[in-house]
Design a protein around this ligand. Structure first.
Ligand SMILES: Cc1cc2nc3c(=O)[nH]c(=O)nc-3n(C[C@H](O)[C@H](O)[C@H](O)COP(=O)(O)OP(=O)(O)OC[C@H]3O[C@@H](n4cnc5c(N)ncnc54)[C@H](O)[C@@H]3O)c2cc1C
Length: 347
């Protein structure tokens, strides 16, 4: 048996790799095990919107996500500096068109909410469109602009984490036995395992499809219009997504539902009209019953832990999830908020 592994992490998606990175920074020795390789699950995608919840009706999930979004810049800068590989992070901000007077009024109320809740570290404001080629069509001529939203490139982010983990002496392998504490960060497949183990529906997979278009808007703000995320990446591409499918036969198949998403994006954003689609992608998001992350010890299995349920915002949640899990496993410090806890969901 190999000597000296403090923590084995099963699953090399964004949760498993981010936890490995923080554990290594805290001085632990770590091995990540994934038979399908890094980014083989829903983390190997193309969208990568790190977008906040609306600043109102505050709760533990929104506070946790705000912390994570505010941690992201330092987190990804550290990953890039250590491994020498670019995760494609940029705090680009985001624009959302306002359809009518009611939406404008609501957006202004939320601006007041953001001023109180976002600790002066980002703004949410109503602005006029200034770039007719990029800004989505808006019946009122107005948009919400927030300065908290960021982006990363999911596939690049996984590769950057693997590089940083390796540079710190961690390993990412296809097969190995358990050694030390074990963290199960196994995404939608892991939720199925929990469903069987606990004899109830702990969570399910929700399929999503997204597309990548060739268009260089690398410094432009992200857009959210007509339910579609439009995310410019640093490599001269723009991602549009996503579908949300509870019932599906083939998790990897792309179909006409994605054409509808692309058509909506083209209708809303003039610059996308003639942009070539260069990639279509589908993945299965891990959705816990609560729709929140599922974090903590595996009840009845000493030394085993669960980090799952990233659902639609796994990339946005990853920095804070990684810190909370690393503290729990290494130091026994339990800062998992209510609504995320395995003892509530599985106890
Ligand atoms: C179309 C689409 C668009 C999305 N857009 C965004 C977005 O814009 N912003 C955002 O924040 N999130 C987004 N998400 C959600 C995000 O991708 C997920 O929340 C996130 O990838 C979940 O990460 P994970 O590490 O928990 O799971 P996964 O990435 O699925 O990783 C789980 C890993 O576990 C491995 N595994 C499974 N079983 C085992 C086992 N027994 N042993 C070892 N390894 C195992 C798998 O091979 C896999 O690599 C999107 C998802 C989809 C599908």
């Amino acid at each position: 048996m190999a000597m000296g592994v403090d923590v084995t992490i099963r699953g090399a998606g964004i949760f498993g790799l981010s936890i490995a990175w923080v554990l290594l920074r805290k001085g632990a020795t770590v091995r990540v095990v994934d038979p399908h390789g890094p980014g083989a699950g829903s983390s190997g995608g193309i969208v990568g919107a790190l977008a906040p919840h609306v600043p109102e009706a505050w709760n533990a999930k929104k506070a946790f996500q705000l912390d994570s979004l505010l941690m992201a810049e330092a987190f990804w800068t550290g990953v890039a500096a250590t491994g020498g590989s670019d995760p494609g992070y940029l705090r680009s901000g985001r624009l959302q068109p306002l359809a009518d007077a009611r939406a404008v009024e609501l957006a202004r109320e939320r601006a007041v909410g953001a001023a109180a809740l976002w600790q002066g570290r980002a703004v949410w404001e109503v602005v006029e469109a200034v770039d007719p080629d990029w800004h989505p069509l808006s019946p009122t001529g107005l948009h919400v602009r927030d300065t908290l939203t960021a982006r990363l490139h999911p596939g690049q982010a996984c590769a950057a984490l693997v590089a940083a983990i390796s540079a710190r002496g961690g390993t990412v392998v296809g097969e190995a036995g358990d050694e030390g504490a074990v963290i199960h960060a196994t995404g939608a497949a892991g939720l199925q395992v929990l469903n069987t183990a606990f004899g109830r529906t702990v969570g399910t997979g929700v399929k999503g499809q997204a597309a990548l278009l060739r268009l260089d808007r690398r410094a432009a703000p992200q857009l959210f219009c007509d339910g579609v995320h439009v995310v410019p990446h640093g490599d001269g591409t723009v991602a549009v997504g996503s579908t949300s499918e509870r019932d599906f036969d083939d998790p990897a198949q792309v179909d006409g539902q994605l054409d509808a998403v692309i058509a909506k994006a083209r209708a809303a954003v003039p610059a996308l009209r003639d942009a070539e689609v260069i990639r279509r992608w589908a993945g299965v998001r891990p959705r816990a019953r609560s729709r929140a992350p599922l974090l903590g010890p595996w009840p009845g299995r000493p030394g085993h832990f669960i980090a799952n349920g990233g659902f639609k915002i796994g990339f946005g949640m990853a920095p804070k999830v990684a810190h909370v899990m690393a503290e729990l496993v290494l130091d026994g410090k339990d800062a998992v908020p209510e609504g995320f806890r395995t003892d509530e969901a599985l106890g």
